[in-house]
Design a protein around this ligand. Structure first.
Ligand code: ZN
Ligand code: MN
Length: 147
């Protein structure tokens, strides 16, 4: 797990460096993203913020997500059903484990992926720029529920 405070500071700094104002609204979005262990959707983030900022619209949250993503500080996980989830804690490509029942998304701690990437580059003679690796399954909570 990447340190939440380091991620928070680095996103805020990137925004400042690019001339963006740091409003309280923006700060709370960044805070949620920096701690985004659960890979929230825009709707999840909006729901969490609504208590403190009742006037903040979903569109405002979305605009901030697009901005932070454009600065390279946010990893977007798109799915065929149109639901996007976000990881501001690890903004670089990494594998995910996804529960098909409750849609929980977890970051496994792996070292083997660097080796795999080198092997793929060597084998195909591609310069690898990005990757997307998802493992789908049923989480321990959902297995226990036997839904
Ligand atoms: Zn589950
Ligand atoms: Mn992740």
């Amino acid at each position: 797990m990447v340190n939440d405070n380091i991620r928070f500071d680095s996103i805020i700094q990137k925004l400042r460096d690019n001339g963006h104002k740091i409003t309280p609204q923006r700060m709370i979005i960044v805070e949620i993203l920096a701690k985004s262990k659960g890979h929230p959707s825009v709707e999840d983030i909006h729901a969490r913020i609504k208590k403190d900022f009742p006037t903040m619209s979903l569109a405002t949250v979305y605009r901030n997500i697009v901005l932070i993503k454009s600065l390279g500080e946010l990893l977007e996980l798109g799915f065929p059903d149109g639901s996007n989830r976000y990881d501001g804690n690890r903004p670089y490509p990494h594998p995910h484990v996804i529960c098909i029942k409750c849609k929980k998304i977890v970051d496994p701690d792996l070292d083997s992926l660097d080796e795999l990437q080198k092997e793929i580059a060597l084998e195909t003679k591609f310069k690898i720029l990005n990757h997307r690796l998802d493992f789908f399954g049923i989480c321990s909570n959902c297995v226990a529920e036997k839904v």
